[in-house]
Write a protein that binds this ligand. Sequence first.
Ligand SMILES: O=P(O)(O)OC[C@H]1O[C@](O)(CO)[C@@H](O)[C@@H]1O
Length: 430
Amino acid sequence: MVRVSFDYTNLLEVEGGIRESELSDLRPRLERATDEHLQDPPGFTRLPHTRDLLTPSKALAEEIRTSGATDFVHVGIGGSSLGPVALHRALNHPYYNALAERGGPRMHFAENPDPNTLHAILDLVELESTWINVVTKSGSTAETMANFLVLRRALVEASGEAGYRERTIFTTDPDSGYLREIAEREKIRTLPIPQDVGGRYSVLTPVGLLPAAVSGLDAEALLSGAASCANEIAERRAEHPAVLGAAMHYLMDTSRGRNIRVMMPYADALERFAAWFVQLWAESLGKEGKGSTPLGAVGTTDQHSQLQLYMEGPQDKVIELIEVENHPNDLEIPRAYEDLEGVGYLGGHTVAELLNVECDATRRSLAEAGRPNCTIRLGTVDEAHLGYLIYALEAQTAIAGGLYGVNPFDQPGVEAGKRITYSRMGRPGY
Ligand SMILES: O=P(O)(O)OC[C@H]1O[C@](O)(CO)[C@@H](O)[C@@H]1O
């Protein structure tokens, strides 16, 4: 059973928070935005209800896992990597790649075109048994294509053309783009990214499903978790707490001047999940002079780094805590040094207890200092809970687009820099 809840108490009750009247004034617009979202559903809303993309992803993953693969390099950037990285970091062993006994290949992510990272990957992988998965919706993102070209040459050198073709996958647009053209030329196997699903909404397509299944995660549970959220939203519409969150964050930004949304999970596992959300919220809503700035943090680590600013700095932030009720692999803190009062008190508690008590302490101290905050509570961190939360935040972001009056599915602002890069790098026509 998936247990995910959204607690907005400290947005409503703290001084400087949202007034009930503001929320009720906004309600008709929230209902309209939600109705529009449900009547003309964007492509990503279909994903939890179909197995059309899961079946080929799982079949290919099984082939890779049983092929004796030692390494799997996922090549992509932005929406073509943030989701897969988030899932990997949340659900696989943090030192997975260092484990002697592992249930699948080591996972590597070539995102930035940083020679040092690429060199490190090439240094680590056993090229004769390495698979590469090149993920780009447009089929021409410079960073991804550069990383691909370097890895391709290494694979060809190690295993010849045939080995490269056999152990390479392209995850891309079903019909168009340069990567599609290369796939046809070189007979490379492909998985589709549906045309109506943009990169930052694509983690539940083969973009996320294939790497998840390759590393042994339960991709089916990811989709069923998402489906339970989708069904709840279809039923409760603007009353659903994830949808209500669109109104809460919109109001904090536009009426309270709190235009920074800090997502702070109290779990190392979710650090990259916050990075996934940052792209979703930033690229979807930051346009036409509108939008709020999402930032990622992690508790307790950032209590010892940023909390001072959150408590006493400018009143421009909403802190969104993510609390995990049952942390996997909890450990008891042993009793020792009981005669030393600054140490002995910890014995007999658990590590997760300390983490969650600190989450609560942050929530309370922020509220007492008049700093609005909210909490997402997850029963645990597993595929179903993350599937639910991914869908909830995608729907919330899309509906927030309706409130801001912007198109949450385009990103015109990133084109200018791309054009300059193409021209400087000598791409014909630029
Ligand atoms: O999947 P692609 O086409 O390589 O794009 C990667 C990312 O680049 C962007 O287009 C921004 O430049 C994102 O929207 C996208 O997620």
